[in-house]
Design a protein. Sequence first.
Length: 219
Amino acid sequence: MSRDPDSWYEEEYWEEIGRQEDIANAIKNLSKQPIRDFLGIYGDAIDKRLDDVIAQARYARQGGYPRFCVVGAVTAIELTTRYMLVEPLLQGAFLSENWARILINMIIQRRKQAIERELLPLVLGMYEIGIDELKLANGSLLWKTFVTVIVPKRNAIVHAGENATPDEADLALECANTLRMEVVAHVAKKMDFDLETNGFWYNHGDAEEILYEPKSPFA
């Protein structure tokens, strides 16, 4: 019995759509694994470093040294940007730790933190995370405030010995904490880490109960 031509084309069309969806899902899952591996191995050491830097920045603020608080908060943001976001997410994009390392090393060697600041919204956008819309408590945009207000203030402190106000220190700390608590937490959830339950990055805690061997990217 011959097949209805119209029906045959329709069946082929939907079969092809199904194959494309399967391929897209496979690529998506494949691209997540390098990110999970990086965060599972290095996430706890990075968190420890961030805890230390932010604690020192907060201590400087409480001790009456807001300029040092601003410097510390920006350092925490740069560490978060590089190690928690740009480097692991680029590994997912390139499906290779080596490619991500090459690009990150080029950025570091040229001391172009500005490149990382430009890359971050683009890289996050690949995973449907919109940092440009994220707001601070005063209603200002997180990333715009960091780039146009906090970074210039830090540069003026470091290069010209400028002072900072307590309000500027508080704003810098809020930027650091919001980036970590909101954006990094969003990435963790997308990569299926349950930090609230497991407490540590090395324990991925999925159905296969993957346990990573923690290492430090700073060693």
